[in-house]
Write a protein that binds this ligand. Structure first.
Ligand SMILES: [Zn+2]
Length: 282
């Protein structure tokens, strides 16, 4: 009986409970008990309300792979939860960049990020595609002086050098669609808010995604670093707009806008960054 309500309590928003529901969902799905799988995945959504605290825990490679093991199935039946899981996955990797507006701890999962990146050739789609963009941009952002780059083969480093040279002035980059980030009103993201929410969402944007600036730097890796920390901006934005009952409107602007942001981030990390990477690797 306790298992039914554990995820509702903030004190249980721990890595232990997260892994327990993840395991339960995976087993239930494998045995075709879809209702139970859906229920377990819903519990993950509750626990991820504490993503900021969870992200500084140690997440090893097998935990990260398990997080994505049934991603497509979760996406089909629990789209919002799938978006939250993938946002959390990206967040764990993102706090390994130099620039960490969200946490003060030092790169708790950089080793995991490197291991996942090295494992890419062995992984099948769609998992490979889910991991490639998130790990590539974090490792790239660390720069060629970092000890991390020294762990890779010559070919892998050549890809990173090519990416470093080409991924500047990202505002006009042919691979990446970043218009929504540059002008959120024109791209209709913030324009979706009702008149009651508009001002509040504008100010939440300013202290999160607004930190990315104009993305027009010619200095190598400056714009890339901003892209690498986007998952942290998403977390800061989500915390700003959620979990305060006085900030809920009838149109549910918070969740509508966050889903549109997630769709843009998913496109960037799942499609555009992997496509750019594949070109640099040729
Ligand atoms: Zn509203």
């Amino acid at each position: 009986m306790q298992l039914l309500t554990d995820a509702q309590h903030k004190r249980n928003h721990t890595r232990f409970f997260f892994l327990r529901y993840l395991y339960l969902g995976g087993i239930a799905y494998r045995f075709g008990i879809i209702d139970l799988a859906n229920w377990a995945w819903d519990q993950l959504g509750h626990i991820l309300k504490s993503a900021k605290q969870l992200v500084i825990a140690k997440w090893d490679k097998s935990m990260m792979l398990r997080m994505l093991a049934h991603y497509d199935a979760i996406l089909k039946s629990k789209r919002d939860v799938a978006f939250e899981i993938f946002a959390f996955f990206r967040l764990i990797l993102s706090v390994s960049t130099h620039d960490r507006p969200l946490v003060s701890q030092t790169q708790p999962n950089i080793d995991t990020c490197v291991l996942l990146y090295k494992e890419l050739p062995l992984l099948a789609e769609p998992v490979r595609g889910l991991i490639l963009g998130c790990t590539f941009v974090v490792i790239l952002s660390l720069g060629h002086h970092s000890s991390v780059w020294k762990e890779f083969t010559r070919d892998q480093r050549s890809t990173l050098y090519a990416a470093q040279a080409h991924l500047v002035f990202l505002r006009d980059n042919q691979h990446l669609d970043l218009g929504w980030l540059q002008d959120p009103k024109k791209s209709k993201i913030l324009g979706l808010a009702c008149s009651d929410c508009s001002k509040r969402l504008d100010s939440a944007w300013r202290v999160s995604f607004g930190l990315c600036g104009a993305l027009n730097s010619r200095i190598p890796l400056e714009d890339v670093s901003n892209i690498a920390r986007l998952p942290q901006c998403r977390q800061i934005f989500a915390e700003n707009i959620r979990y305060n009952p006085t900030q809920l409107c009838k149109k549910d602007c918070n969740e509508i806008i966050l889903r549109v942001i997630d769709e843009n981030l998913n496109g960037l990390f799942q499609e555009q960054l992997p496509a750019a990477y594949n070109q640099f690797a040729e």
